[in-house]
Design a protein around this ligand. Structure first.
Ligand SMILES: [Zn+2]
Length: 229
């Protein structure tokens, strides 16, 4: 079994590296893929979209390879061969946007927990970012438009305070080996995504709507990354 290091878990801001091809093949449709030893690329998962980027001049999208569990880079026509040394690079602007939207998702979830709501689903894709939650018996239930607007205002105040406090975003492994991501002491959740370094990296975190649909609360939001420090 070949070993692949997963660099995006350690450093969101590392966006290029020279590495080597440890496996190569073709998918059922004939498209070429390669696996590299030091993998920068986050595949789609956990509500977060995939990175985009390049291996040399070859434009690639990362995919989780079901048979091996490796992240492989898929790119259509013929790519590099096993043993080749390649310079790999992720689209840095897209990486930072995805990390900002995803981290803001944790923050919006933290704000929603304060309302007594429990996470039921999330989508961190640009232009459609939202968190879906189940209201508890004891929590707030935003049944009418006025309640929803008041809840949205409380979420906005919670989010603004956490960003102003510039809480650190820390990933660490617990005793069971799960990767736990923390926003200061405000929030903790098991997660394999990419995150900003601290909440002051976030810009324009905006709660755009709170809706109640089929018994679930849907909180829609936008966020971007400040220019890198
Ligand atoms: Zn996360």
């Amino acid at each position: 079994m070949v070993h692949q290091s997963v660099l995006y878990l350690d450093d969101t801001y590392l966006t290029e590296i020279t590495t080597s091809v440890i496996a190569a093949g073709r998918d059922d449709a004939g498209g070429a893929w390669v696996a590299v030893r030091d993998n920068l690329f986050h595949p789609q998962g956990g509500g977060q979209p995939a990175d985009r980027g390049w291996a040399g001049e070859w434009e690639v999208v990362p995919v989780r390879h079901a048979a091996t569990g490796l992240v492989v880079l898929a790119g259509g026509e013929a790519g590099p061969s096993e043993g080749d040394v390649v310079h790999t690079r992720v689209d840095a602007g897209l990486r930072l946007l995805h990390a900002a939207l995803h981290t803001a998702g944790h923050l919006v979830e933290a704000a929603s927990r304060a309302e007594g709501w429990t996470l039921a689903g999330s989508n961190h894709f640009p232009g459609q970012a939202r968190i879906e939650l189940t209201p508890s018996e004891t929590g707030t239930r935003p049944a009418d438009a006025e309640d929803r607007e008041k809840a949205a205002d409380r979420l906005r105040a919670f989010v603004a305070a956490a960003v102003a406090d510039d809480l650190p975003v820390i990933a660490e492994h617990d005793a069971e080996g799960r990767r736990i991501v923390r926003l200061g002491d405000l929030h903790a959740a098991p997660c394999g995504g990419t995150h900003v370094r601290s909440l002051a990296d976030l810009a324009q975190v905006t709660i755009t709507a709170v809706k109640l649909k089929r018994g679930r609360v849907r909180v829609s939001y936008t966020a971007s990354h400040r220019p890198p420090r």
